[in-house]
Design a protein around this ligand. Sequence first.
Ligand code: ITT
Length: 201
Amino acid sequence: MRRIIFATKNKGKIVEINEIMKELNLQILSLEEAAIDIEIIENGSTFEENAIIKVKEIMKITNDIVMADDSGLEIDYLNGAPGVHSSRFEGENTPYDIKNNKILDMLKGVAEEERTARFVCVIAAGFPDGQIITTKGVIEGIIGYEIKGENGFGYDPIFYVPEYKMTTAQMSSQLKNQISHRAKALNKMKELLKIRLGEAI
Ligand code: ITT
């Protein structure tokens, strides 16, 4: 079975990635599972740049296919923040209850039409021949008025999807993994991997 090293330390992402990629005949290893412990400096200004930075760093130390996910929440009222700084917003190790409440405070009194937001995900894949490709997925929603739901991770409890009348934290993992930014980007990547790796997957 072909190995893919997934350059992430985010446990919430790993669970979703494994679920979305499960029908492929690929062994997906997180950095922890591959026993790789390096600090990657994500100093790009776009999701694409940061996904490629992560992939390139790990490609230096393995001949396996390397994939990475750079994602985040863009809030229109905050001019696209926290965006590429989503995991660092209010401090990397700050609990999400606090980060989510901070955003709710920043949007206090803001009308529904102005609460538009989206989750964005860019997946990069680097191959042993040096080629790197990327795919992107987006899910549109609005910032809710209170924290709702226990599923998912990160900003899910404040990301409300009008079409489903619930936050992504209130969705079952099956539903979120069908419609999310990550699902859309990974599904596009799956098709590209099938073309590239052919029968092997
Ligand atoms: P790695 O770089 O190790 O993958 P990270 O958490 O630092 O982990 P990013 O730099 O891509 O990853 O930041 C993504 C952040 O965006 C993540 O930490 C959440 O705060 C937010 N985010 C992304 N996808 C999300 C989702 O599906 N649900 C909730 N929040 C999400």
